[in-house]
Design a protein around this ligand. Structure first.
Ligand SMILES: Nc1nc2c(ncn2[C@@H]2O[C@H](COP(=O)(O)OP(=O)(O)OP(=O)(O)O)[C@@H](O)[C@H]2O)c(=O)[nH]1
Ligand SMILES: [Mg+2]
Length: 349
C-alpha cells in the first residue's frame, strides 16, 4: 500500500461504502423475496435527472408537486417524504426529471445514505433550503458538508480531479486550475496505484488527496444549484443573500416560492445550463427537421452526433449541412469535427 497521508480517509470511505453496499444488497434480497421496497436508484428519464435534496420541511415535495405531475405528499410535519418520487417537467422542448427525496439528514443528525446514493447517481443536484428556518446559512452548510463528506464534489472551484483511464497513451494532464502538487508528484502517486495510462483533468487548487480520491472513484463531481424556497415570507431575499455568500461562483442559486410559484421558472434554465448539453435537430435531405431534439454533450462534434444516431452513419459520413446559431450562413457545409451549437439543425451527408 503506497504511503500517503490521504490513505486513511480512503480506508474509512471504503469501509463505509462496503457497509452501504451490503445494506443495499440486503434491501434487494428483501425486495426479491416478495417485499415491495423500491431499490436505491430512480430510473432516469428525459435529458437529465435533477435530484432535490435538503433539510426536512424545506419544500422539496412542494417544488416537485408544483413543477411536475408527480404524486408527492406535502405536509407541515417534517420527515413526511420517506421514498424518492420522480416527476417530469419540460424546459424549452427538453424533458427534465425531478426527483423528490427524504430529508438528507436523519433526526439523529446522521446522513441518509439513500439520499446520498441518489445524488451520486444524479446529473444535477438542487439543494432546497427553506427560508422559514431560523438559520438558513447553517442548513445550507450542513447539506453541502454532508454530501461533500460522502464523496460528492458540488463545486470545481475548490479543487477537483477527474481520472479517465485509458489502455494506452501514457498520462496526459489537462489543467483547468493550478494544483497544489507538481506533475512529478502526481505521476508518482498514479504509478504507485499502477495507473500508467489516463487523462487527468485538474480543476482549481486540487491536492494530492483529490487525486487519490479520483483514482478510487471516491469523489464524483455533480453540478449543483441552490433553491432558497419560501420567498413569500418576510425578509426572505436578504436571508437568502446572506446564506448565498458562502457559495462558490459555480454554484448558482435562485429565490423561489412553491407556494406562490414565484421564481420557479428559473429551475428549468438553471438545471439545463448545469447539465452542459445541447439540443440538436437532425434532418434528412429534402425533409423537415426532427420535432424532438437529440440531447448531446455541449461540446459534441458532428461526428459524435452522427455516432449517437448510428455508428454506421458516423463511419460513412462525409460532411454535414448546418442551420442555426452555429452556422456562419444557413446551410453551411461543415466537416465531422465541427461543433454545432444549442438548437442547431444538422443534415448529415
Ligand atoms: N410559506 C411557504 N410555505 C411553503 C412553501 N413551500 C412549502 N411550504 C410549506 O412547507 C411545509 C413543508 O413542505 P414540503 O414540501 O412537505 O417539504 P419537504 O422538504 O418535502 O419536507 P420533508 O418531506 O419532510 O423533507 C408544508 O407545510 C408546505 O406547505 C413556500 O414556498 N412558502
Ligand atoms: Mg417531502
Amino acid at each position: 500500500m503506497p504511503k500517503h497521508k490521504g490513505t486513511e480517509k480512503l480506508r474509512l470511505w471504503a469501509t463505509r461504502r462496503l457497509a452501504e453496499l451490503r445494506e443495499e444488497s440486503e434491501r434487494e434480497r428483501q425486495r426479491r423475496s416478495g417485499g415491495s421496497r423500491p431499490g436505491m436508484f430512480v430510473e432516469k428519464a428525459g435529458a437529465g435527472q435533477v435530484v432535490l435534496l435538503g433539510p426536512p420541511n424545506s419544500g422539496k415535495s412542494s417544488i416537485v408537486a408544483r413543477l411536475t405531475n408527480a404524486k408527492v405528499t406535502v405536509s407541515p410535519i417534517p420527515y413526511t417524504t420517506q421514498l424518492p418520487v420522480p416527476g417530469m417537467m419540460t424546459y424549452l422542448d427538453v424533458k427534465l426529471q425531478l426527483v423528490d427525496t427524504p430529508p438528507l439528514l436523519n433526526p439523529d443528525g446522521s446522513v441518509n445514505s439513500r439520499v446520498v446514493a441518489l445524488a451520486r447517481n444524479a446529473d444535477v443536484i438542487a439543494v432546497v433550503i427553506g427560508l422559514d428556518s431560523p438559520e438558513p446559512t447553517k442548513d445550507l452548510t450542513a447539506s453541502l458538508e454532508a454530501i461533500e463528506d460522502r464523496g460528492i464534489a458540488y463545486s470545481l472551484e475548490k479543487g477537483f480531479v477527474k481520472v479517465e483511464r485509458r489502455t494506452q497513451g501514457g498520462l496526459t494532464f489537462i489543467y483547468r486550475g493550478t494544483p497544489k502538487f507538481t506533475e512529478e508528484e502526481a505521476r508518482r502517486l498514479l504509478n504507485s496505484y499502477r495507473v500508467y495510462n489516463a487523462v487527468v483533468e485538474v480543476y482549481g487548487p486540487a491536492t494530492l488527496d483529490d487525486l487519490e480520491e479520483a483514482i478510487f472513484s471516491f469523489k464524483v463531481y455533480k453540478p449543483t444549484f441552490v433553491i432558497f424556497n419560501k420567498a413569500d415570507l418576510p425578509a426572505s431575499e436578504s436571508r437568502a443573500r446572506e446564506a448565498a455568500r458562502l457559495l462558490p461562483r459555480d454554484v448558482p442559486w435562485i429565490l423561489a416560492s412553491a407556494e406562490t410559484g414565484v421564481g420557479l421558472s428559473s429551475v428549468g434554465p438553471v438545471a439545463y445550463r448545469l447539465l452542459n448539453v445541447k439540443r440538436i435537430y437532425t434532418k434528412k435531405p429534402g425533409q423537415p427537421p426532427s420535432p424532438e431534439p437529440l440531447i448531446v454533450k455541449a461540446d459534441a462534434t458532428v461526428r459524435e452526433i452522427a455516432e449517437k444516431i448510428s455508428p454506421s452513419l458516423a463511419t460513412s459520413m462525409r460532411y454535414a449541412r448546418i442551420w442555426g446559431k452555429g452556422a456562419k450562413y444557413e446551410g453551411q457545409r461543415v466537416g465531422p469535427d465541427y461543433v454545432p451549437q444549442d438548437g442547431d439543425i444538422i443534415e448529415i451527408r
